[in-house]
Ligand binder design. Structure first.
Ligand SMILES: NC(=O)c1ccc[n+]([C@@H]2O[C@H](COP(=O)([O-])OP(=O)(O)OC[C@H]3O[C@@H](n4cnc5c(N)ncnc54)[C@H](OP(=O)(O)O)[C@@H]3O)[C@@H](O)[C@H]2O)c1
Length: 251
């Protein structure tokens, strides 16, 4: 079904953010995109305009900063006039085991992973509340439920996004706004090269994934598109794994 909704997708010039933007474009939504590198961002926007004949607003912001994260949402709201869907996302924090991480690493990851999501959500909620409608989806990782060795910063701050989601989902449910988390496993993007740089590491992970393959980011896009749809009105505060069965817990 074609939608006339306006969706902001953060960190969306490539990888998971782009795949989500593409899934929403396929459903006819007007898009607001951002990333830091202007050329790559404009190329992504142009590709979506050409392929899906949708309106795409694209401006560079650094989501690690308060000005960037809030500025993205404020500028899009001003130019597009409304925001119905917000998908938060950002570059991943660097890998590292506990003994290798400094205070500076922790502080930067806090800004990058948790605070960027807090700031984008804070900037959009007053509009969504006055509109009586909103869909917020946070892209996190399977690490929110099960720590991944060497990805401490990712796990700790993304788990914070889950707690935030469950709290805010209750606060805004009566305003017609849903807030959910998607928890992807391993998806074929540039970031994956950083996390799994060699064939041996990939081979080991493939053994652990019941589906026996790395996902196409489009498979995340389809799930987010459902959470961002009008039909998903009664689904809120949830953590949805998109991980080929990787997470072994019972809830
Ligand atoms: N791929 C996976 O398997 C996987 C699984 C679970 C979770 N994740 C997480 O999902 C997120 C996206 O991963 P990905 O695989 O899509 O990564 P990716 O392919 O490296 O893409 C990252 C995107 O984010 C943008 N970006 C990075 N830092 C930014 C910043 N400070 N401000 C604004 N935009 C920024 C990049 O553009 P610029 O560099 O131009 O800014 C790019 O568009 C990461 O946090 C990653 O850790 C990934």
């Amino acid at each position: 079904m074609k939608s006339t909704r306006v969706a902001l997708v953060a960190a969306s010039s490539q990888g998971l953010g782009y795949a989500v933007a593409e899934a929403l474009a396929r459903r006819g939504m007007t898009l607001g995109l951002t990333a830091r590198t202007p050329e790559r961002l404009e190329q992504a926007a142009q590709r979506l305009r050409t392929q899906y004949s949708v309106e795409v607003w694209a401006h560079p912001f650094d989501l690690d900063t308060p000005e960037g994260a809030e500025g993205f949402v404020r500028a899009a709201l001003k130019d597009l006039g409304r925001v119905d869907v917000l998908v938060t996302n950002n570059g991943g924090p660097p890998p590292g085991t506990f003994d290798a991480l400094t205070d500076e690493d922790w502080t930067r990851a806090f800004q990058r992973t948790l605070m960027s999501a807090v700031r984008m959500m804070r900037a959009v909620l007053p509009f969504m509340k006055s509109a009586g409608y909103g869909r917020i989806v946070h892209i996190t990782s399977v690490s929110v439920r099960e720590p991944i060795p060497g990805l401490l910063l990712s796990g700790v701050f993304r788990a914070g996004i889950v707690n935030l989601t469950r709290a805010v989902a209750r606060e805004v449910a009566a305003d017609g706004i849903t807030v959910n988390v998607v928890a992807p496993g391993y998806m074929n993007t540039e970031r994956l090269q950083e996390v799994l740089p060699d064939e041996a590491a990939r081979g080991q992970i493939l053994q652990e994934i019941p589906a026996k393959r790395i996902a196409d980011p489009k498979e995340l896009g389809a799930v987010v598109a459902f959470l961002a749809s009008e039909e998903a009105a009664y689904l809120t505060g949830a953590v949805i794994p998109v991980d080929g069965g990787l997470f072994r817990g019972i809830w």
